[in-house]
Design a protein around this ligand. Structure first.
Ligand code: SF4
Length: 237
């Protein structure tokens, strides 16, 4: 039996949401943050129609035993689910590894969950002094970096990533952010360009490519400067 979760969606099979693992993704409904570039704003409200029931999820997972390596809890923000630890334990007892996608909005909840997860995809929003403006919640940048420290301390495998929207962060600040992350001990880092077809802040919606706002030469130079700072680094456009 899987402990009750508010489920906003399910991807039955993916190879990209947990590196080198065949996994499914459970999208946990609800998020305490309001990131301006959020490309999935319908996942933010805590109350929404359940995409699949918890018993349907259980049936789905029972049929995937031995076929999938891992189950990834994504969002929204999975840390908002009060039954997350129990649901993770249920999934592990079925023989799956567990991945977690999070921005770390609650450091104490993350610390509980880190005891059970096998891999974390962690969103670093911006430098702490700028992150509140992006997330539109006071103190969120502090929580984001506090949770990053807890993750690094835990020794759990991870990949940090930052979503870049060129209306919200300059190339110089991306470099500064990478330097600060490297100094903090981050070894695995990706930069990914924001998807702008459907953003929470309508002012950021742009059907043309936002990357054109920063010339290719500047992006390549930035990539070359950042790459040596990390054991693993990828720029995803
Ligand atoms: S992008 Fe921000 S607002 Fe959207 S789900 Fe993630 S943390 Fe929440």
């Amino acid at each position: 039996m899987i402990s009750d979760l508010r489920i906003g969606g399910l991807t039955p099979l993916t190879t990209i949401d947990y590196p080198e693992h065949l996994s499914c993704v459970i999208y946990c409904q609800g998020c305490a943050w309001q990131c301006r570039y959020c490309h999935n704003p319908e996942m933010i409200p805590v109350k929404a129609e359940q995409a699949i029931s918890n018993s349907e999820l259980e049936q789905f997972l029972l049929k995937r035993q031995g076929l999938l390596d891992a189950v990834v809890f994504s969002g929204g923000e999975p840390l908002l689910q009060k039954n997350l630890v129990a649901a993770i334990q249920n999934v592990k007892s079925m023989g799956f590894k567990v991945g977690l996608h999070t921005g770390g909005s609650s450091t104490s909840r993350l610390e509980q969950v880190l005891k059970y997860v096998d891999w974390v995809g962690f969103d670093v929003k911006d430098l702490p002094q700028y992150a509140d403006a992006l997330i539109q919640v006071k103190g969120a940048g502090h929580a984001n970096w506090g949770s990053l420290k807890a993750l690094l301390k835990s020794g759990v495998n991870y990949q940090c990533r930052t979503t870049v929207h060129w209306d919200l962060i300059s190339p110089g600040r991306v470099l500064q952010l990478a330097q600060q992350l490297s100094q903090a001990g981050v070894t695995h880092y990706n930069l990914q360009i924001a998807r702008t077809g459907n953003t929470l802040d309508p002012a950021l919606i742009d059907d043309s490519s936002t990357y054109s706002m920063v010339p290719k030469g500047v992006r390549l130079k930035l990539c070359e400067e950042i790459k040596p700072m990390f054991e693993q680094f990828q720029w995803i456009e």
